[in-house]
Design a protein around this ligand. Sequence first.
Ligand SMILES: Cc1cc2nc3c(=O)[nH]c(=O)nc-3n(C[C@H](O)[C@H](O)[C@H](O)COP(=O)(O)O)c2cc1C
Length: 181
Amino acid sequence: MEPQAEPKPIPLMTPYKMGASLDLAHRVVLAPLTRQRSYGNVPQPHAAVYYGQRATPGGMLITEATGVSDTAQGYTDTPGVWTAEQAEAWRPVVDAVHAKGALFFCQLWHVGRVSKYGFQPGGAAPVSSTERMVGPQVRHDGSTKEFSPPRRLAAEEIPMIVDDFRKATRNAINAGTYMRT
Ligand SMILES: Cc1cc2nc3c(=O)[nH]c(=O)nc-3n(C[C@H](O)[C@H](O)[C@H](O)COP(=O)(O)O)c2cc1C
């Protein structure tokens, strides 16, 4: 009998070297997916279950978009990583992913003008690069989502936003994201 040919590997399931040093065992990546279950902007214990379930040895996950500051907010109950409490709350989530042998990146965001007064500290205008408003958006259920007129940041305020990203990045790294397993 002829020997059976080796089955061809499924490309999606082949290893991938990402950048200089990150070795993925396969190419199935969890894209960042906003979940709106982080009450008070603090990741909850069930996030460890959710992300842990989606982690595989040598896989890669990206967190849901995670706020860098109180002005970064525009959606209810999205997680943050700008306070010590938030960073601590990420730790067991990161541990659950690493326990399965996957890489975990934190997606940092600032929503800019995609926000409204109610999400902003002191009910202030959302901060942006422009004073032009975002037009109303129609949700999947047909309802309309509206935004507040933004305030254009002065040039000298921009370093503060950069600094928010810097601090959030440090917190995310301290919580264990973007580390080799
Ligand atoms: C419910 C939902 C939430 C999402 N949240 C984010 C997010 O937090 N950050 C982001 O960059 N993309 C987000 N996306 C976009 C997805 O990560 C993905 O890029 C998008 O669904 C396109 O991929 P697809 O063509 O495979 O659907 C979201 C998409 C959905 C459907």
